[in-house]
Design a protein around this ligand. Structure first.
Ligand code: BGC
Ligand code: NOJ
Length: 814
């Protein structure tokens, strides 16, 4: 069952039924001002940091799930009937409804009682505000007298405090109203230098800024007293809950259409220019007024929207493919790339499953996200890398996360995840291969943001690598620390009290438990670092890295191979985890995927064997589960993983993030059919038909799909913010389609299904546009290349001479 359809031409997903199984959302904004918006206009906005600069309030885990947002009410002033064109919150039976989620904008339109209303929500590039462009059309044969009400609820900036500290917060709310613009200025009189504004393009008949005055006692957003009455009370919030609502009254002739624009924005003032007049407590609104006036003009709003369209066309245009599979095309060309930009901007901080107050930008996550977006915004990737590495600790270890506003690392979600440092090497490698910008390695970057501790970025990579060598366990494998990629495999935690955090509690000294996963990661990162060293002319250093890698590979063979698959770890007692010796959790996906993608066991058949075991024991029609058999009870020595009921999350859920590791592994052993098959099983577009089972958005990846042990097998959860986005993008574009960046140019190494006759692609790389055509002439993956009509040996397309902006590549597969 479906709830809408893909409009690929317009790069939109069109939802045709408002009561989707879960809110299906989109993101507004791509620089500093951001919003989340659902298909019923639910969601919220913030400036840079979803925790520290929350502009509007949203209550998570509500009933209905999604309540609170950018609501508009229409009221027929003749009959007194009112409704919301986004269906929520009044839930009228609309005659037509559609929500178009597009690239950086969402348009929600509907028809009720002969009145069409359509609101387009977006954030203009370069501005800290959002525009709601509402078009109302009277389709009735007679004139209509309508009232329009806008509504938002302000958050008192710090979203965490806002949701907990009521004894203070009910007394501090403050607003100003001037020329019909509602200004929210809680705490501005004391230490804040920022305020929000909410403006309307029409002359207003009234306003409300106190929630209780707008809604009325014991009423909700579905039935505001002001809307029912057709009259606001011009309330001014003093404490309690500041809101913003404009009331506009308009007359429509039959067939007449009119546009009303609302602008909601964020503004900072220099500390010495906060007030106007300077000795008053009144906000200095000079800059805000200019920007408000600009975007209340329809022409300017349209122009800003056009610019946004061009921006996304250009970004997505950097890599476009034309394969025999519509789901591949749609995800690569539109949605997967778009989701990669969302994970870049949000990391794991703000979605409908991540409250924006829990996690800032993760070190591990953000480095991996680079794989998916570095080709689109290389300049911002550079900045991200430098920010991340500035939070690295002198030991080479890392804070697990940092707040985007302060860019300072913190231990709020624990520390000592021993895989963290290696992801920096992987991220920097991806950046170098994409851009060829070797200068980044010489950038002075501090440790732990401490002034005076600056060392070239390259040294940070060296310390990352050494971090593991200085932390080897009894078998010579890397010590796991708090956890590795799998946050829930907590082998040093031994938590026995309810509510104890698996992320921050450590009851063991951590000298025994080892991770085979980190060993695989070490192999990949070590090879990457050796390549980087070689390109810097450090041949001896490169050799030393490769020697350590070889040693680690030997250790994996000796202590990390279980006979038919790779072991997962050793626990604090030195016992195997993820082995046939275990009663439950005998085989884990992480090591099968990561060791094979890193190239461990390619020569001696271990990789092929591990992938076969994965196929036999872990694959389901909905994707590959994380481990089997699922843990049926709590194992204190394993930690959070066994705290989840079987089939969910890390306990044998289909954790989509690591499916692409197996996919890449399959390409490394030349199995294009299996690689694309696994790719398709979790491809959201390919799952659109089973939206009633999948339940999350069919246009973006979710972190998890319930595994075969779960009663709801196939049900997705935690959509949008997941490493799945970057890894799948990387797997399909660079490994299956095989258009792979390297330090010396673009490699062409497709490992596609046997049934494909070929495919075409355009890829912009280091300023040059490559038109690539791949044709099958045999069943294998052997590539012969023609570049600009001339055959060349090997599969590396050399960079063209300077000035040459296009290259035609023809690849024949045999
Ligand atoms: C989740 C993990 C997540 C971790 C973040 C756990 O509860 O299961 O997926 O990475 O929290 O701190
Ligand atoms: C989600 C976290 O964001 C990520 O860092 C982690 O690797 C996975 N969960 C697996 O636990």
């Amino acid at each position: 069952m479906k709830y809408g359809y893909f409009d690929d031409q317009n790069r939109e997903y069109v939802i045709t039924q408002p009561n989707t199984p879960l809110p299906w959302i989109n993101y507004l904004g791509c620089e500093a001002y951001f919003g989340l918006i659902s298909n019923t206009a639910g969601g919220y906005s913030f400036y840079r940091d979803a925790r520290l600069r929350r502009i509007t309030r949203y209550r998570y885990n509500n009933a209905p799930f999604d309540l609170g947002g950018r609501y508009i009410y229409l009221r027929d002033d003749t009959s007194g009937e009112f409704w919301s064109p986004s269906w929520q919150p009044t839930q009228h039976k609309l005659e037509q409804y559609s929500c178009r989620h597009g690239m950086g904008y969402t348009t929600i339109g509907s028809k009720y009682s002969g009145i069409e209303a359509c609101a387009r929500y977006f954030v203009p590039l370069g501005e800290n505000l959002e525009i709601w462009q509402l078009t109302v059309t009277n389709d009735r044969p007679q004139a209509a007298e309508l009232s329009i009400f806008s509504s938002i609820e302000f958050c008192l900036w710090d979203a965490q405090d806002d949701s907990a500290n009521f004894q203070r917060n009910f007394s501090i709310g403050q607003v100003e109203i001037e020329d019909g613009v509602i200004y929210h200025k809680t705490e501005y009189r004391e230490r804040r230098d920022h305020f929000a504004f909410f403006a309307c393009s029409e002359k207003i008949a009234g306003y409300d800024t106190q929630r209780d005055a707008f809604l009325g006692p014991y009423r909700g957003w579905d039935n505001p007293a002001a809307v029912e009455r057709g009259l606001c009370s011009n309330s001014v919030a003093h404490g309690w809950a500041p809101v913003g609502s404009h009331h506009v009254k308009l007359s429509f002739k039959p067939g007449e259409s009119r546009q009303v624009i609302f602008v909601l924005g964020y503004q900072e003032n220099p500390r010495d220019q906060k007030f106007d007049p300077p000795d008053s407590q009144i906000i200095n609104k000079k800059t805000a007024k200019t920007v408000i006036a600009k975007y209340l003009a329809a022409g300017n709003a349209d122009a800003a929207f056009e610019k946004l369209r061009v921006y996304w066309s250009e970004l997505l245009g950097l890599c476009q493919v034309d394969t025999p599979d519509v789901h591949t095309n749609r995800m690569v060309n539109i949605w997967n790339a778009y989701q990669c930009m969302a994970t870049f901007n949000m990391s794991r901080s703000a979605s409908f499953y991540e409250s924006g107050i829990g996690r800032g930008l993760g070190f591990r996550d953000s480095n991996q996200d680079l794989l998916g977006f570095v080709h689109m915004v290389p300049g911002r990737a550079r900045e991200r890398i430098l920010d991340l590495s500035a939070t690295q600790l002198p030991t080479g270890g890392a804070y697990h996360q940092y707040q985007p506003l302060t860019k300072r690392g913190n231990d709020d979600v624990g520390s000592g995840f021993n895989d963290d440092p290696h992801w920096l090497i992987i991220g920097v490698g991806a950046y170098l291969k994409e851009t060829g910008d070797w200068s980044i390695l010489d950038e002075p970057v501090p440790y732990d943001n401490a002034p005076g501790s600056e060392r070239p970025l390259y040294e940070h990579l060296q310390r990352s690598f050494r971090y593991t060598l200085e932390r080897l366990g009894p078998h010579g494998l890397p010590l796991i620390g708090r956890a590795d990629w799998n946050d829930c495999l907590n082998l040093n935690c031994f938590s026995d009290s309810p509510g104890q955090s698996f992320q921050t509690t450590t009851n063991k000294d951590g000298k025994v438990a080892e991770s085979v996963f980190i060993a695989g990661l070490f192999v990949l990162a070590g090879c990457e670092l050796a390549d980087i060293a070689r390109h810097r002319g450090l041949a001896a250093e490169a050799c030393s890295y490769l020697a350590e890698v070889a040693k680690m590979e030997a250790t994996i063979r000796q202590h990390g191979w279980d006979g038919e698959w790779f072991v997962r770890a050793y626990d604090d007692f030195g016992r195997k985890v993820g082995s046939k010796e275990n009663a439950e959790g005998k085989i884990f996906i992480e090591t099968q995927g990561f060791c094979t993608l890193a190239g461990v066991g390619l020569e001696d058949g271990l990789a092929v064997r591990a992938l076969e075991s994965t196929r036999q024991l872990l694959a389901t029609k909905h994707g590959i589960v994380l481990q089997q058999p699922a843990y049926s009870k709590y194992y204190i020595e394993l930690g959070e993983i066994s705290s989840y009921p079987p089939g969910y999350k890390e306990n044998a859920g289909i954790f989509c993030h690591n499916n692409p590791w197996v996919i890449i592994g399959e390409t490394r052993v030349g199995n294009g059919d299996a690689a694309h098959d696994f790719y398709t099983r979790i491809n959201p577009s390919a799952r659109e038909e089973i939206s009633d089972v999948h339940r999350c958005e069919p246009y973006v990846y979710s972190q998890m799909i319930a595994g075969r042990d779960a009663p709801t097998h196939g049900e997705a959860k935690n959509s949008w913010l997941t490493g799945t986005a970057a890894w799948n993008y990387y797997a399909i574009t660079q490994w299956i389609l095989g258009i792979r960046t390297s330090y010396d140019g673009l490699l062409i190494a497709p490992v596609i299904p046997k049934s494909w006759r070929g495919f075409k692609a355009t890829r912009k790389f280091r300023g040059v546009t490559y038109s690539i055509e791949v044709q099958r002439a045999g069943d294998g993956n052997q590539v012969s290349l023609e570049v600009n009509g001339a055959p060349i040996p090997g599969n590396l397309v050399p960079l063209p001479p300077p000035g040459n902006k296009t290259v035609a590549v023809k690849a024949t597969l045999r």
